[in-house]
Design a protein around this ligand. Sequence first.
Ligand code: SF4
Length: 328
Amino acid sequence: MKDQVRLLSVNDLRVHFSQQKSGGLAKPFLVHVVNGVSFDVFQGETLGLVGESGCGKTTLGRALIRLGPSVVSGTIVYEGREITSIGNREFRSLRKEIQMIFQDPFGSLNPRMTVGQMLGEVLLVHGIARGEAARKRIEELLDVVGLNKEYANRYPHEFSGGQRQRLGIARALAVNPKFIICDEPVSALDVSIQSQIINLLKDLQRNLGLTYLFIAHDLSVVEYISDRVAVMYLGKIVEIADSAELYANPKHPYTRALLSAIPNPEFGGKKERILLNGDLPGPMNIPSGCGFHPRCPSAMAECSQRAPKFQELTDTTNRHQVSCLLYE
Ligand code: SF4
């Protein structure tokens, strides 16, 4: 933990959207994608957010900056200010401080603009720099993400996947943000390139004092970059702890199952794998009680009746919180 100052506080956040049944005649039904999520992000840290695809982690990240379905209840507090209900105009000025890096940087880069034009537009729109000052700032940004300043004249299709992700990072940095939501930023890259981008993100964090919410499904990558890790299952956070604590001492049966799937080189790449029953249910079919009970190897009779509370464990000093009846 680098700093105790709370930058972001999310309290009981719910993001639902309505979906029409096929045929279109029946009433639309609600899909509970994020279903009562609470967590803090402290200044200067990286909070990793992991879970299977479809668990709601990307929707949660997007909801924080109003991309995608809107928040139906709960609060988001940024630097002590409640921002859930502020108007779009006010929110736009906040977007300078909160940026997002996407999994597919190519999809978010305009193919008709050179890198210089694209970064110049960001600087102009946000009133940061124009003309010669903008040109210098663009060179600085390219340098900071490890790209040659001559690349300002190139178009996105002229770059490799790793270089495009560097451009995505440069664009996020152009507005001098404090907080960056990294949504699966290395999942589409080769392993060797993944480590370069992760190391770049770590260097930038150290040099610029950035705070990250790092969303990913690869637990090894998340362990490497994160100070703390939150595990998400079916729209809820089921466990959060300091990274070293979570990986050494996982409490929730779901976290244990996820970690058991990571190859362990110390044991010749093999360790006992915990297999879960069935697939992740859809967010329109959330089971009663603990949402994990149909797949949980430790499920008890009451697990289908009663939802566990999300609570701090008292036998650890590592701010370890878990949502499981085994610990109540
Ligand atoms: Fe498993 Fe029950 Fe704990 Fe849910 S509450 S994780 S079903 S043991």
